[in-house]
Design a protein around this ligand. Structure first.
Ligand SMILES: Cc1cc2nc3c(=O)[nH]c(=O)nc-3n(C[C@H](O)[C@H](O)[C@H](O)COP(=O)(O)OP(=O)(O)OC[C@H]3O[C@@H](n4cnc5c(N)ncnc54)[C@H](O)[C@@H]3O)c2cc1C
Length: 434
């Protein structure tokens, strides 16, 4: 393993690798799903040594940071300066470089798009060792045609090592406080249908849905309380209230807590806007309305803890499907997982453009269950491709379906890889065939 501290060091390592025919695998937080950051041979390039916030420009709304800084570290450094970011994955122990390389979707995506949409400029070391910058922050947009920027987002580090990221920044107070309303549904199909209605009628900033098991819900709330206390943020005062309200709601309805809790949470950033318009456009049963600070930070931390309880491995199967198919697909997936002995929770987001839904089946798996879990995921991915959707929108690329997902354009990328990385040294086994 090598831990570079500068772009020049990354460049020297790649030059050395080319001279000696040594393979190089890049690793950020190491949290993607398909083992992309496991070095089967050669050098493991650990980017966490490049972990500084470099420049902050609140007036123009951007910051620059080393690619190896984690989101949670960036969050706390920016908060002190009254700033924040958008587009980070739920998993905040990951690095910004790794997140840009996968460019998935997350909490704020309905409004802000993917992680790549938040990036203004990248500094990249190419497989041969040349250092370049791309993205055109000065003009406030991309230079179409001549800008290689997209090559380095979603390509999982196969075209270059990202060393520095220029990221959009937002005023903390305006953005990290939110008004949110929670709605319950009898089944997940109705909830998914309601996403579009809520979106069209009230245009919320935050819009996510899910189907949790009863056990998960109870334990998760407990962990949320602990995590919020640790963070000492406003949310901590609200969480017990949330649990209390939820329990009284169930009692009021004279119902047992159902096996699955189907829900939508929706709201606005900032403290000034009202959420009455969301409530009136939702067909669900409103059970709570609250204001919180840093909700996604707390949720991200709690989720990670939940999935790794008892030393288990977090398992995520994530797909994008057309919103019309989403309810049926979730039920299909839950059925398949259940038959294999799993009972995952489902989290989803209405993606920007609003025609598709990102869906993640989360579960925590034991070592002995990895194979069964993987088999179900294969089936689900095949199904999602047949439905005209794609797999892996929350990071983690399944190599065996990459071709099918992209179509014939995949071969163009393959030949580009060959010309940029002549000796096939960089992330040689991540996307393209050897
Ligand atoms: C509980 C949980 C929740 C998650 N939630 C989300 C989510 O909401 N949204 C989402 O998109 N993903 C999510 N993920 C998946 C994953 O965490 C993210 O994709 C994450 O951003 C990856 O960052 P990382 O630093 O861990 O990258 P790694 O896993 O280390 O690397 C990811 C890929 O990028 C390459 N890479 C890493 N650093 C660099 C670099 N500096 N330059 C070039 N290539 C590099 C690696 O070789 C690898 O191919 C989640 C994962 C978990 C476990």
């Amino acid at each position: 393993m090598v831990v570079p501290g500068t772009k020049e060091e990354v460049s020297r390592i790649l030059k050395y690798a080319n001279e000696t025919g040594t393979k190089v695998t890049v690793k950020g937080g190491g949290t993607t799903w398909e083992g992309e950051t496991v070095a089967h041979e050669g050098i493991l390039l650990d980017m966490k040594g490049m972990n500084k916030l470099i420049e902050v420009n609140p007036e123009e709304g951007w910051i620059t940071a080393h690619a190896g800084i984690t989101w949670v570290e960036l969050y706390s450094q920016l908060k002190k300066r009254g700033l924040t970011f958008r587009g980070a994955p739920d998993n905040l122990v990951s690095t910004i470089g790794g997140a840009v390389s996968t460019s998935g979707y997350s909490y704020h995506c309905t409004k802000y798009g993917s992680i790549a949409d938040q990036v203004l400029q990248l500094e990249v070391v190419l497989p041969g060792g040349d250092i370049i910058t791309c993205g055109s922050s000065k003009l406030g947009g991309r230079v179409y045609g001549a800008d290689p920027f997209p090559l380095f987002t979603t390509s999982m580090g196969t075209f270059g090592v990202i060393t520095k990221v220029k990221l959009k920044a937002y005023p903390y107070l305006e953005h990290n406080q939110a008004h949110i309303a929670g709605f319950l549904y009898d089944n997940i199909e109705t909830a998914v249908k309601d996403l579009s209605v809520i979106q069209e009628k009230s245009n919320p900033d935050i819009l996510f849905f899910g189907s949790n098991t009863r056990e998960f819900t109870i334990k998760y709330r407990e962990i949320l309380i602990e995590e919020t206390k640790k963070l000492g943020c406003l949310y901590s005062k609200k969480i017990p209230l949330l649990v209390q309200l939820y329990t009284s709601y169930i009692k009021l309805m004279n119902k047992e807590m159902p096996e699955r809790i189907n829900f939508i949470f929706s709201g606005y950033e900032g403290t000034k806007k009202k959420i009455n318009n969301i409530s009136s456009s939702s067909n669900g049963r409103k059970f709570i309305e609250y204001s919180v600070e840093d909700e996604y930070i707390v949720r991200g931390k709690a989720l990670w803890r939940m999935l790794t309880l008892n030393g288990n491995i977090p398992g995520l199967c994530d797909c994008v499907v057309h919103k019309e198919n989403a309810g049926a697909f979730i039920n299909y997936g839950l059925g398949k997982f259940k038959n294999a002995g799993f009972d995952p929770v489902v989290y989803g987001l209405l993606l920007p453009g609003c025609r598709s839904v990102g869906i993640g089946f989360y579960t925590s798996i034991q070592d002995s269950q990895v194979k069964q879990y993987d088999n179900v995921r294969k089936e689900l991915f095949e199904n999602v491709l047949n439905l005209g959707g794609t797999a892996y929108k929350y990071g983690g690329l399944r190599k065996d379906i990459a071709e099918k997902s992209v179509g014939s354009g995949f071969y163009l990328m393959e030949s580009l890889k060959k010309s940029i990385d002549k000796n096939n040294i960089l992330n040689y086994d991540v996307i393209f065939k050897n």
